[in-house]
Design a protein around this ligand. Structure first.
Ligand code: NDP
Ligand code: OXD
Length: 303
């Protein structure tokens, strides 16, 4: 068994010693492959075109938590996404920051500060404000717990409606009831055929008037024109986006100069290299034991 590693030298500097200490074969770069037959695992952001070059390839490990950019794998090759507590915690932190910034009227205070204006407004409380989280998986459930501990009312929406500590959960068919409660809507959905473009005019219209949007899923889930219209119409009051379509946003994009919108450049999380390496080792170990692969993606479902 060998892992073919296709990533940066910085990541390699962390992964290689961990693999060597674990006694696992580690090959960095396709040029270093002398025997394609020994490659059983591949770690990459995007795989090379010709995966059939590796006849014994069993698993492709995607470098991120999301795998929406990945092609469908050849028959017999599993796709795994990286599971790392650091990713979940960092995105949770970003979501909490964004939620608080919008809840505590930072778009107004930043604008006032630029104008040298000292002016207070009513202070809203977390208690009685409902945060609605779309996507209640690893990250959504973690964010729900933290926001609930901060006394926000938390509701979650997911396909299965699986229970989430600290939150009331709505399954797929409960979307409208979920939206009707969400003063602050947080999107943490994976990008799939079903979720592409889901943040649109029709959806915004089902939120309480003047709701806020926090988006850290994937850019293609949000219709930017619909966002602008919803802000102009007062349907939404503000938004904070970590993901956009395209990325990077062009320099002249309207969001850069709109005080109602904060954009960060897809920095909610990055993968801690050591955690990524430990996850890859766990995947290799699970393959060896024919056990369930941690982070295995259902390629029909798309996440
Ligand atoms: P998980 O797979 O753990 O959770 C996904 C959640 O979305 C589940 O609750 C799932 O429901 C729900 N879901 C998926 N499709 C639908 C649908 N069509 N309708 C309703 N619910 C749906 O993923 P993570 O929490 O680990 O990550 C979520 C996403 O966050 C990633 O895919 C990525 O796009 C994004 N991300 C962004 C980062 C950033 O830096 N901005 C960093 C890391 C991730 P169920 O379980 O019931 O099927
Ligand atoms: C990821 C991301 O998917 O950074 O890991 O968005």
């Amino acid at each position: 068994m060998a892992l073919l590693f296709l990533s940066t030298p910085e990541r390699e500097a962390v992964w290689r010693p961990i693999f060597e200490a674990a006694g696992e074969r580690f090959i960095a770069g396709e040029d270093a492959v002398t025997d394609p037959d020994e490659v059983t695992h591949l770690m990459c952001w995007l795989p090379p075109q010709d995966l059939l070059r590796y006849p014994n390839l069993k698993v492709v490990i995607g470098a991120g938590a999301g795998v929406d950019h990945m092609p469908r794998m050849p028959e017999g090759v599993a796709l795994v996404r990286t599971l790392a507590p650091g990713i979940d915690e960092m995105v949770r932190d970003w979501v909490v920051m964004a939620t608080l910034m919008l809840h505590r009227d930072m778009p107004i205070y930043v604008q006032q500060a630029r104008a040298g204006q000292w002016k207070g407004h009513a202070v809203p409380r977390a208690r009685g404000t409902c945060v609605g989280i779309m996507g209640a998986g690893r990250i959504g459930a973690l964010a729900a717990r933290t926001l609930s501990d901060m006394q926000f009312d938390v509701v979650c929406w997911s396909r299965s409606g699986r229970a989430v500590a600290g939150a009331k959960v709505f399954a797929e068919s409960g979307l409208d009831d979920f939206l009707a409660q969400a003063d602050i809507l947080v999107c943490l959905l994976p990008l799939t055929d079903e979720t592409r473009g889901i943040l649109n005019t029709a959806l915004f219209a089902k939120l309480p008037r003047g709701a806020c949007l926090v988006h850290a899923g994937r850019g293609a889930q949000l219709d930017m024109d619909a966002l602008r219209q919803a802000l102009d119409d007062g349907v939404l009051s503000s938004a904070m986006l970590d993901v956009t379509d395209p990325e990077p946003l062009p320099e002249d994009h309207w969001t850069w100069n709109d005080h109602r919108v904060f954009v960060t450049p897809h920095i909610a999380a990055n993968t801690d290299h050591e955690e990524g390496a430990r996850h890859a080792l766990a995947v290799i170990q699970a393959s060896r034991e024919n056990a369930e692969l941690p982070g295995k993606v259902d390629q029909d479902r798309g996440y």
